[in-house]
Design a protein around this ligand. Structure first.
Ligand code: LLP
Length: 410
C-alpha cells in the first residue's frame, strides 16, 4: 500500500508528510486496505476449509483494528483478560474468541467463561484442573483444546520459536494421550480440539506442514481412544517481508493442510497475527539531529525502543526510508532514539539522504510495534492513525504528560 508519487511516499491515497504534519511524530499509521487484503488472502487460500480465522490480538490490539476485523467476521486469539476486554469493547464476538497462553489466572478464566468464549487452548494439566473447577462452580462446561508441542524446529529467532521440547509452551507430544484422557475424565470440560503454535515469522512452510501432520495424527490416535475432536488449530500465521525475505506460499500451505485433513470431520482454526497487520503499518519519526560521532554517525530521531522494541529486543530489521526523497548527499549512520540505552536503535548502518527535520518511515511496523510499546524514560506513547484512501482517522490519541502518572499517587 506504500507508493511513491513525485518523490513523496503515500499510504493508499494519503501523503505521509500530511499525516506527520497533522498528527505529529512519532506516529503509527495503518492502511485499512492492507488489513483487509491480508485477511482476504487467508480467506482465499483456505477457502476450501472454511477456517475460523482468529486474529492474534497481541500483534496489534487497537480497538479500531479489532473492530475492522470483527466486522468481517473474524475471530480472535487472546492471551489475557485484557485482550478479551479489548475484543468485546471493539464489538468482537466471544463465541469466535479462543484463549491461549500458559498462565491464565482464575479471574481471567472466570471472565472468559462468563463471556462465553469459543475455546480455551490449555497448556498444562494444572490449568485443566483449574478450568474444570471454575467451570463447575459456574455450572457450565468449559470448551477446551490442548496445546500440544509437536517438537518441530520452526527455524526462526529463538525468542519467537515455541514448538521445541525446551519451550515453556504446550504439552509434550508424548504426554498428549494421557493429558487428553485426564481432560476427558473431568466433568466440567468439553474436550473439543487440539492446537499447536510452533513460532512466529516463519519463512518456510515445511515445519508448519510437519506440525499439522503430527497434530492430525494425534487426533486420529485420540479418536481411536474414544476422544473425538471437532477442530484443529494450527496457531499463528506465516512470516512477512521486512527486507528481502522470500515469503512462504500461503496457498501451498493451505493445500497441504487440506490434503492432511482429508475427509476427517475436523474444522480448522488459524491464529495469524503478524501477517494480518505487520505490513499494513509504518512508524513515522522525525529526525532531531544528525550527530557525527568518532567511529560512527547517528541519525537521532524522535521515536525510540519504547515505541518500537523489535530492533532492540530481537535485532529485527525494519526498512527505514525518508518520506520525501531529497537530492542531498546520503550519510551512513545508525538510526537511534533518545532513550538512554545503547540498544536503543531502530536501524544500524543505514544509508539515508536526510537532514534534521526530515521525517522517516520505519516500515513493516504494524505488528508487535504499538502493542509492545512502553513508557520507558517517561515517554508518552505515540498516536495511531488509520488511513482509508484519502480519509484518515485518529485511532489512538498521543498520550499526554498527565497520562504518564494517571495511575500513580504522589
Ligand atoms: N498464536 C499464539 C499462541 C502465539 O503465541 C502467537 C504469537 C500467535 C498465534 C501469532 O503469531 P504470528 O501470526 O504473529 O506469527 N513479539 C514478537 C513476536 C512474538 C509472537 C508471540 N506469539 C515479534 O515482534 O517478532
Amino acid at each position: 500500500m506504500l507508493t511513491e508519487h513525485t518523490q513523496e511516499l503515500y499510504l493508499e491515497k494519503t501523503a505521509l508528510s500530511a499525516l506527520a504534519q497533522r498528527y505529529g511524530t512519532p506516529l503509527y499509521v495503518y492502511s485499512q486496505q492492507a488489513l483487509d487484503n491480508a485477511l482476504a488472502a487467508y480467506r482465499t487460500a483456505f477457502a476450501a476449509l472454511n477456517p475460523l480465522i482468529c486474529y492474534a490480538v497481541k500483534a496489534n490490539g487497537n480497538l479500531s483494528i479489532l473492530r475492522r476485523f470483527a466486522e468481517q467476521g473474524c475471530g480472535f486469539d487472546i492471551v489475557s483478560g485484557g485482550e478479551l476486554a479489548r475484543v468485546l469493547q471493539a464489538g468482537g464476538a466471544a463465541e469466535r474468541t479462543i484463549f491461549s497462553g500458559v498462565g491464565k489466572s482464575r479471574a481471567e478464566i472466570e471472565f472468559a467463561l462468563r463471556s462465553g468464549i469459543r475455546c480455551f487452548n490449555v497448556e498444562s494439566l494444572p490449568e485443566l484442573d483449574r478450568i474444570n473447577q471454575i467451570a463447575g462452580s459456574l455450572k457450565v462446561r468449559a470448551p477446551i483444546s490442548l496445546r500440544i508441542n509437536p517438537d518441530v524446529d520452526a527455524h526462526t529467532h529463538p525468542y519467537i520459536s515455541t514448538g521445541l521440547k525446551e519451550s515453556k509452551f504446550g504439552i509434550a507430544y508424548d504426554d498428549a494421550l494421557a493429558a487428553y484422557r485426564h481432560a476427558a475424565s473431568l466433568p466440567h470440560l468439553d474436550v473439543q480440539g487440539i492446537d499447536c503454535h510452533i513460532g512466529s515469522q516463519l519463512l518456510e512452510i515445511a515445519p508448519l506442514i510437519e506440525a499439522c501432520e503430527r497434530i492430525v495424527h494425534l487426533a486420529d490416535v485420540l479418536a481411536q481412544d474414544g476422544i473425538a475432536l471437532s477442530h484443529i488449530d494450527l496457531g499463528g500465521g506465516i512470516g512477512i517481508r521486512y527486507r528481502d525475505e522470500t515469503l512462504p506460499d500461503l496457498q501451498a500451505y493451505a493445500d497441504a493442510v487440506q490434503a492432511i485433513i482429508g475427509e476427517r470431520p475436523l474444522s480448522l482454526m488459524l491464529e495469524p497475527g503478524r501477517s494480518l497487520v505487520g505490513n499494513a503499518g509504518v512508524l513515522l519519526t522525525q529526525v532531531e539531529y544528525i550527530k557525527r560521532g568518532e567511529a560512527k554517525d547517528f541519525v537521532i530521531v524522535d521515536a525510540a525502543m519504547n515505541d518500537l522494541m523489535r530492533p532492540a529486543l530481537y535485532q529485527a530489521y525494519h526498512e527505514i526510508v525518508p518520506i520525501r526523497r531529497k537530492d542531498i548527499a546520503p550519510i551512513t549512520a545508525d538510526v537511534v532514539g533518545p532513550v538512554c540505552e545503547s540498544g536503543d536503535f531502530l536501524g544500524q548502518d543505514r544509508t539515508l539522504a536526510v537532514e534534521a527535520g526530515d521525517v522517516l518511515a520505519v516500515k513493516s511496523a504494524g505488528a508487535y510495534g504499538a502493542s509492545m510499546a512502553s513508557n520507558y524514560n517517561a515517554r508518552p506513547r505515540a498516536a495511531e492513525v488509520l488511513v482509508d484512501g484519502e480519509n484518515t482517522r485518529l485511532i489512538r490519541r498521543r498520550e499526554s504528560m498527565e497520562d504518564l502518572w494517571a495511575c500513580e499517587m504522589a
